[in-house]
Design a binder for this molecule. Structure first.
Ligand SMILES: C[S@@+](CC[C@H](N)C(=O)[O-])C[C@H]1O[C@@H](n2cnc3c(N)ncnc32)[C@H](O)[C@@H]1O
Length: 207
């Protein structure tokens, strides 16, 4: 895996199966090895465009599925989408309105790359921290989180924070990840409890 040929093969496989991007096969692989979505789970997908993860999630659960992205997402049947920045209190308020209960959060968000490795790494981890804050505030006790991250500076402090929030945490490197990439998925299972630390909210959870 990882050669140009295999990358193209993955892309073609995804397209032939009707998925919007090769990321669908990555999520399928992750879930095959870490089956964390139950058949009635409500799932929030952060950084969801163009929507291939939403397609995969819909195949698994009949619960409420919401995808959030800066870019508009062409509708995926059986899912709802929000166009906006998931770090903004306005978007978080919209999520809360649509989803009274969240059993799982998936985050495949990546910042737009600048070309500076250390700057991009810092922004990626910052995005991870924002997604984690959403999980800490909105995820139901016992819920699960799958989050894309990148190995490098500050990864271990992020990982340690997640370990404090969930009973079981591991990393998973997808076979379909491009060779040489530092991309890694964090699989966090069984959320311990809720915290108030959400952007734009006070310690009582008020915006
Ligand atoms: C790799 S793509 C996600 C692919 C998606 N999982 C799929 O299967 O179609 C990463 C996405 O993260 C989104 N993103 C990055 N920062 C974001 C933010 N703060 N709020 C919402 N979306 C964000 C980008 O717009 C981009 O569409």
């Amino acid at each position: 895996m990882g050669s140009q040929w295999s990358r193209d093969k993955t892309y073609l496989q995804a397209k032939q199966a009707g998925y919007r991007s090769r990321a669908a096969l990555k999520l399928k692989e992750i879930l095959k090895n870490n089956p964390v979505i139950r058949s009635d789970d409500n799932i929030l997908d952060l950084g969801a465009a163009p929507g291939s993860w939403l397609q995969v999630i819909r195949e698994i659960t009949s619960g409420v599925i919401v995808g959030v992205d800066l870019n508009p997402i062409t509708p995926v049947e059986g899912t709802k989408t929000i166009t906006g920045d998931f770090t903004s209190p306005l978007v978080i308020a919209q999520i809360k309105e649509i989803m009274p209960e969240i059993n799982g959060i998936l985050c495949d968000a990546s910042p737009r790359l600048s070309g500076s490795r250390s700057y991009d790494q810092a922004r990626a981890i910052d995005l991870n921290v924002q997604a984690l804050k959403i999980a800490e505030s909105l995820l139901k006790q016992g819920g699960n989180l799958i989050m894309k991250s990148f190995q490098g500076e500050d990864f271990s402090s992020l990982y340690n924070r997640i370990k404090q929030d969930f009973y079981s945490v591991r990393t998973y490197q997808a076979k379909t990840t491009r060779k040489g990439s530092t991309e890694i998925y964090i699989i966090a299972k069984n959320f311990i409890g809720n915290g108030p630390d959400l952007p734009g909210e006070d310690e009582n959870g008020h915006a």
